[in-house]
Ligand binder design. Structure first.
Ligand code: APR
Ligand code: ZN
Length: 254
């Protein structure tokens, strides 16, 4: 693999508009399980994927109560950015990062030091709560305090509507301007680095062919094969925490 690491380092050196697309695999080394990997949430409990559908959440108070219990001790609250996140900050510091599109809801890219305005959270964020009726948004921790104080399914304080984490669940549409921004970034890329994603969820997976069609080099870093491997210019099968620091460090470092 070393020769491809050196080749990709050369491409990164020559690039000025790198777009990174991250998935849950970039956060597993921070203690947040992914979904479809060998120990993924959906892998271990296919029913959980069904229950994560917005229609179940809106129609069944029992599903909501269970969701609030899971949010109380979500691994995100104890997670810290790992070497993979930090390596991607280095790309930004080197003036090479055009945009960081993330499917993750953990906010670890921003905590690692990537500028929030450069991070495109296509599946939303766990750090905020939204009212499904009036659109009110507030900090997740304040609503978790209400759950800890005994409200099993806290309603919106403004309109008594259903509250949910500000994440995009299955069955829910992505925010149009957010996915448009991600696709525009992909079309402007000279190098797309797809990291820690099984690239199975749409419309975000379209970022890869969009970047390819726009002439970008495609590099995939993932522990397992993805459906886009044969479209890639390089596929680095390894742990993001090992591979990314070797790819993103300035020449002469590492
Ligand atoms: N290093 C490299 N790859 C890893 C690591 C790691 N440390 N840990 C896990 N992986 C790989 C897994 O092998 C898997 O192929 O990361 C990939 C994660 O894929 P998924 O679990 O499918 O996560 P993701 O691609 O982000 O899923 C997209 O699906 O469930 C929805 O909304 C959810 O945003 C999520 C979306
Ligand atoms: Zn409301």
């Amino acid at each position: 693999m070393q020769e491809s690491i050196d080749a990709v380092r050369g491409w990164i050196e020559a690039s000025t508009r790198i777009v990174v697309l991250t998935g849950a695999g970039v956060s597993t080394e921070s203690g947040i399980p992914d979904f479809r990997g060998p120990h993924g949430v959906w892998t271990k409990n296919p029913l959980a994927e069904k229950l994560s559908n917005i229609h179940h959440y809106l129609s069944d108070p029992e599903v909501r109560k269970l969701s609030w219990q899971h949010r109380l001790d979500h691994p995100t609250w104890h997670a810290k950015p790992n070497a993979g996140h930090i390596a991607l900050v280095e790309l930004e510091r080197r003036g090479k990062l055009h945009a960081l599109i993330t499917q993750n809801i953990d906010g670890l890219h921003q905590r690692a030091g990537n500028a929030p305005e450069r991070v495109i959270e296509v599946h939303g964020t766990l750090h905020e709560v939204v009212c499904m009726s009036c659109g009110w948004r507030g900090p997740m921790q304040a609503t978790l305090e209400r759950v800890r104080a005994g409200e099993a399914d806290p309603p919106c304080t403004i309109c008594s509507g259903i509250l949910k984490s500000a994440t995009i669940s299955f069955g829910q549409a992505l925010v149009p301007e957010v996915i448009d921004r991600a696709m525009q970034a992909a079309e402007a890329a000279d190098l797309l680095l797809a990291v820690g994603s099984s690239l199975q969820v749409y419309p975000v997976a379209n970022v890869v062919p969009a970047a390819k069609a726009a002439g970008a080099r495609i590099v995939i870093v993932n522990a397992e094969p993805t459906p886009f491997d044969d479209m890639a210019d390089a596929v680095l099968a390894g742990r993001t925490g090992d591979v990314l620091p070797r790819l993103c460090a300035k020449r002469g470092h590492r």
